[in-house]
Write a protein that binds this ligand. Sequence first.
Ligand code: S3P
Length: 174
Amino acid sequence: MRVSLIGFMGTGKSIVGKLLAPELGVGYLDTDQLIEEREGRSIPEIFDREGEDYFRELETEVLTEILHNREHFVLSTGGGIVLASKNRRLLKSGTFPVLLEAAPTVIYNRIKGDQHRPLLNVEDPLQEIRQLLTVRHQYYHEFKYALDTGNRSPEEIVDLIQEKLKEEGLINEQ
Ligand code: S3P
């Protein structure tokens, strides 16, 4: 059982992932967390010192290693993981991908004041969210199973994902 959660920053990937993993009886993984552990420094520090390209390379390395080494997991991914075609291919072929979505204003309200996201550390974060979403839209939408988290609780999202996994025959009906 390998489920990946994909989507823009602030769409609820981590909170949903942490709830879903124990429901499925599998471990929870998070690409950002694994990158920080490997580097021994935070994401903002990595962006600041090494730049985004370096971070993107780490993202692909970490994803490749997870798929190589782990059999069962729920994986929360960084919002920009979809930018590399290799990552999109790996996620589609190696996991059951779930796209989480939310409107720009919902995202903005969830992440405002959070200093942990270097890409949104700009003068007009809402405008930046809109712009990044426009660029990434085509990549996110390569993932066909999508859930809007805007007016659903994390628990509701977890239930919907479990229903879908049953439908797909990936977990047993109870
Ligand atoms: C990024 C999203 C972040 C993190 C990094 C870049 C992005 O992860 O990987 O700041 O490009 O959208 P979350 O989506 O978990 O915030």
